[in-house]
Design a protein. Structure first.
Lengths: 177, 321
């Protein structure tokens, strides 16, 4: 298995846009949300993982289409808000919309097949997602949400590690060109 | 425009997605007083423009009416000046009337306190043209049953006595005139003397040097002059010095002789009684000074004085001390 790690200096035409079988993206996103809700009742350890965020990042960097990325992020985030108990709808939506857009933009410039690049991307996007979420809470809800804590650092490392495995599994769902 | 949108299509859609979700949040979130955030934002966005528009319109209107549209302003200004002048005059009149009413109220109170004593209220309408004599002219005369040697008083103290009576006016010789005099006694020691006017001050004469007289001691009428009823307040001692053969006692008259406007003319020489002690006096007990303990005098018309007014002339004329 060979990995390609391209930089923005390369043209977008050199970067492959991955295709998936019909309904795969929607099905995986829905499954991630359901799993997130389902696992939550089995213990607080499930709070370490943000499966909808990982799916958003994965399809963002794979599809490499900012419009698709932002709508996918918005849809996943709004659904996550709707399933939460006390979040007003839009908190996760805004954060994941931005993540989806940026992941698609980054994915269009960088080939993210290498596990290391995936680890770093998820680590960075996790903290970006948390920063947007905290900022939205502070500005709109007047809640003093933290931008960074040690537990958030731990969570980001766990999610980045999980992403390396999960993304490799999701790669198998690609339609062969 | 289409080119610009298509070039930044993704960015525009991102902005639209974020904005729509922010608005969605604003519809859900409630701030203080249960007001939705979208309302807070709307008010915050609109209020500055409304305030600015109102302020601008107000300034324009002020500039127009204050600097441009001045038609009729000169006439209005003149009219307002006239109105202010008229109001100032009216205000002065009312102040004068108020003071007069206050003084009349004092006289009325005194009349009510001494209903048994006939008295006539009079206005001071003139004074002596001679600087060496201290006399006043009153608006009551023979028609009002005023006679010579009747006592003239105020709420504060005695004023003088009637020396000339004309048909409708009369002349009062003040107690500080050099030709005037009133039988007096010191309130504390009951030592008798005579209060006389002078060129510069008023004095209590005929008090021997052995008598202790202190400043501030009250001087009352003794009634011996048969003009002033007994125990009316004349004034207070300013200072007392030994003299030859009698003490030199300077007196400050209780009545403000230099600014009299209304006075009372007593139609009888009978003693003024303290109304609170009238019942006691009818029971044969002695009375204490009337005007001393009686707050204020009141006016009485000649008609109110009734038949008693006509009995006054029977009082013997008192010689000047």
């Amino acid at each position: 298995m060979s990995y390609t790690l391209s930089t923005g200096a390369q043209s977008e035409s050199n970067i492959e846009v991955h295709k998936y079988y019909g309904g795969t993206v929607i099905a995986v996103a829905f499954l991630a949300i359901v799993l997130q809700a389902f696992l939550h009742k089995y213990g607080r350890w499930s709070e370490l993982v943000d499966l909808p965020l990982l799916v958003t990042i994965y399809f963002g960097v794979s599809r490499r289409n900012p419009v698709t990325g932002l709508f996918l992020g918005a849809a996943i985030g709004i659904m996550q808000d709707a399933l939460s108990h006390d979040n007003p709808i839009g908190l996760y939506g805004i954060a994941k919309t931005l993540v989806g857009y940026l992941a698609s933009t980054v994915g269009a410039r960088i080939d993210t097949q290498h596990p290391a690049s995936r680890f770093i991307l998820v680590f960075v996007f996790f903290h970006f997602h948390q920063a947007v979420f905290a900022l939205t809470e502070r500005v709109l809800l007047n809640h003093p949400a933290p931008f960074f804590t040690w537990s958030l650092l731990r969570d980001s490392l766990v999610n980045a590690t999980l992403a390396v495995v999960l993304f490799a599994a999701l790669d198998r769902l690609r339609r062969q060109s | 425009m289409d080119t610009l949108f298509s070039r930044h299509r993704a960015l525009a859609l991102l902005a639209a997605a974020i904005l729509s979700q922010v608005l969605l949040l604003a519809f859900q979130i409630k701030r203080e007083h249960d007001v939705r955030l979208i309302r807070v934002w709307s008010a915050a966005a609109v209020t500055p423009f409304e305030r600015g528009a109102t302020s601008a319109l107000s300034r324009i209107d002020g500039a127009w009416s204050g600097y441009v549209w001045l038609r009729g302003t000169r006439a209005e200004n003149a009219r307002l000046r006239d109105e202010v002048d008229a109001l100032r005059l009216r205000n002065q009149e009312l102040e004068g009337e108020s003071a007069e009413a206050q003084r009349a109220g004092l006289l009325l109170n005194f009349r009510d306190a001494h209903t048994e004593t006939p008295m006539v209220a009079a206005l001071v309408i003139g004074a002596s043209a001679d600087t060496s004599s201290r006399t006043l002219t009153l608006n009551r005369g023979d028609r009002d049953h005023i006679r010579r040697n009747m006592a003239v008083i105020t709420p504060d103290g005695i004023v003088g006595k009637i020396v000339e009576v004309f048909a409708s006016t009369s002349q009062v010789l003040l107690i500080d005139d050099k030709d005037s005099g009133a039988g007096a006694l010191l309130a504390d020691t009951r030592t008798h003397g005579v209060v006389k006017g002078g060129d510069t001050d008023t004095r209590l004469d005929y008090v021997v040097n052995d008598e202790q007289v202190h400043a501030g001691e009250r001087i009352l009428t003794s009634g011996e002059d048969r003009i002033f009823p007994k125990d009316l307040l004349i004034g207070t001692v300013v200072n007392a010095k030994p003299g030859v053969p009698f003490q030199v006692i300077r007196v400050r008259p209780a009545a403000r002789l230099d600014r009299l406007e209304e006075v009372l003319i007593l139609l009888t020489q009978q003693e003024l009684k303290n109304p609170s002690e009238s019942a006691d006096s009818t029971a044969g007990q002695s009375t204490t000074p009337g005007i001393l303990q009686t707050p204020l005098p009141a006016a009485v018309t000649p008609a109110a004085a009734g038949p008693q007014a006509k009995t006054v002339p029977s009082a013997p004329p008192a010689p000047r001390p």
